[in-house]
Design a binder for this molecule. Structure first.
Ligand SMILES: Cc1cc2nc3c(=O)[nH]c(=O)nc-3n(C[C@H](O)[C@H](O)[C@H](O)COP(=O)(O)OP(=O)(O)OC[C@H]3O[C@@H](n4cnc5c(N)ncnc54)[C@H](O)[C@@H]3O)c2cc1C
Length: 382
């Protein structure tokens, strides 16, 4: 059975994408096929994506999709980020996708959106070129979903902030060069006014990588616990307004949620494609699995849901809905795809096994489903 019979692997045309988005899609897809897929199993073993690969992504323009041309960006819109995330999601290596997307869509956006002209001129060209890799450090051992309750503090002393505290689950945390760190600069103020964002460069005395974390999935993405011990950060490394960090984080979460939703839908499309390939050749009880109505109907329904998820991503009106829906759906897709691969789906040698492990975090990271649904519920009430 031909894969294109179902709509899942090949996306339906969307009115939201223009020619430049399709050009970008083809470019990312080519890069993924030739420069990611053949090598990324080794990166899963190493626990990180090699720097030369990230530099290559920078050269190809993947890290500057929405950024100003003056720093080397291409000034596309949010749909450009959606295309990048979806196509990296289709790589089948969630760890590779998230390494790139945290850098370009979740961490460096703090500099692009809130940095001063000097900060942007100093950091953005290298960020976009992939010479400087960024991480976003918000979560702490005792505060994840509840951002306001972070405890890392930054005390002003002369022309520095002295940072103390710990950060947990930080993507790119081991190998990043530049960290956008949330810290309380006014712990006595109202929680929403108490947080500021600081740029902390790798090598700043007092910034320690406490440990590299070993994860269930996303194994080619490096994740760290960080410690700040009297870490002295120059006052001109404050990003945006002092006390404006909470709003900056919330604003950038919008993009983060959209991008994670798009990444999840890329993964779901690819998983359905792989599973269709499998069930159309695997035989049991005298026919292919695809010829069993229950199998093809389940895949057809999931394909329909993934298309619905993609359309939701494309609208971008309600990003909490996108995040909740797509990140639960990708796990439903993975469950069915592992199921239809049978025993092979449980073996480390099969792609779908990795994809199912990688997808699990989608409903937790970047805003847990329950937290997203609270956001949606708030807007349901009139
Ligand atoms: C692989 C990975 C990479 C990450 N990368 C980064 C990063 O780069 N930077 C960063 O700052 N953080 C990062 N995180 C942290 C991530 O954003 C948090 O894990 C997430 O926000 C959830 O926080 P938590 O783990 O502390 O869970 P908690 O906040 O302790 O919540 C635990 C669970 O409780 C439930 N829950 C929470 N709140 C509610 C509620 N209001 N109502 C109902 N149920 C609720 C949810 O099911 C949730 O999963 C990463 C996490 C992982 C696992």
């Amino acid at each position: 059975m031909n894969r294109t019979v179902t709509s899942a692997p090949e996306s339906l045309p969307s009115p939201y994408f223009r020619e430049e988005h399709e050009l970008l899609r083809r470019q990312v897809r080519r890069f993924v096929e030739t420069e990611v897929k053949p090598f990324a199993s080794a990166w899963e073993e190493q626990g990180c994506v090699p720097r030369e690969v990230l530099r290559r992504m920078g050269e190809l323009g993947f890290f500057g999709i929405r950024y100003p041309a003056q720093y080397g960006g291409s000034e596309l819109d949010a749909m450009g980020s959606v295309v990048l995330a979806e196509e990296l999601g289709r790589s089948t290596f969630g760890g590779v996708a998230v390494t790139a997307l945290v850098h370009s869509e979740m961490a460096s956006v703090h500099i692009a959106n809130f940095g001063s002209a000097e900060q942007k001129a100093r950091f953005m060209p290298d960020v976009i070129a992939g010479r400087t890799i960024t991480a976003l450090a918000v979560t702490e051992p005792d505060a994840g979903s509840d951002v306001k309750s972070i405890r890392t503090n930054a005390r002003r002393e002369g022309d520095s902030f002295v940072v103390n505290g710990a950060k947990m689950f930080i993507t790119n945390g081991v190998y990043a060069d530049l960290y956008c760190v949330a810290a309380k600069t006014a712990p006595e103020s109202r929680a929403s006014q108490s947080i500021s964002m600081l740029l902390v460069e790798k090598g700043t005395p007092g910034l320690k990588i406490s440990r590299a974390l070993d994860k269930h999935g996303w194994r080619s993405s490096d994740t760290a616990e960080l410690a700040f011990e009297d870490c002295r950060v120059p006052a001109d490394h404050l990003l945006g307004r002092e006390g404006g960090g909470f709003y900056a984080i919330m604003r950038n979460f919008q993009n983060e949620r959209l991008v994670l939703g798009a990444m999840a839908m890329g993964e779901a499309q690819e998983a359905l494609g792989l599973t269709l390939d499998y069930v159309t050749t695997r035989k049991a009880f005298g026919s292919t699995l695809y010829e069993k109505q229950v199998v093809r109907q389940r895949l057809a329904m999931l394909a329909a849901q993934v298309e619905a998820g993609r359309q939701l991503v494309d609208c971008t009106r309600e990003v909490s809905m996108v995040k909740a829906y797509c990140c639960e759906l990708v796990n439903e897709v993975m469950y069915a795809c592992v199921q239809f691969h049978g025993g092979m789906g449980y073996m480390r040698e099969s792609t779908i096994e990795r994809m199912a492990r990688d997808a699990r975090v989608h409903s937790i990271g970047g805003g847990a489903t329950e937290v997203m649904l609270e956001e949606v519920a708030k807007r349901l009430r009139r």
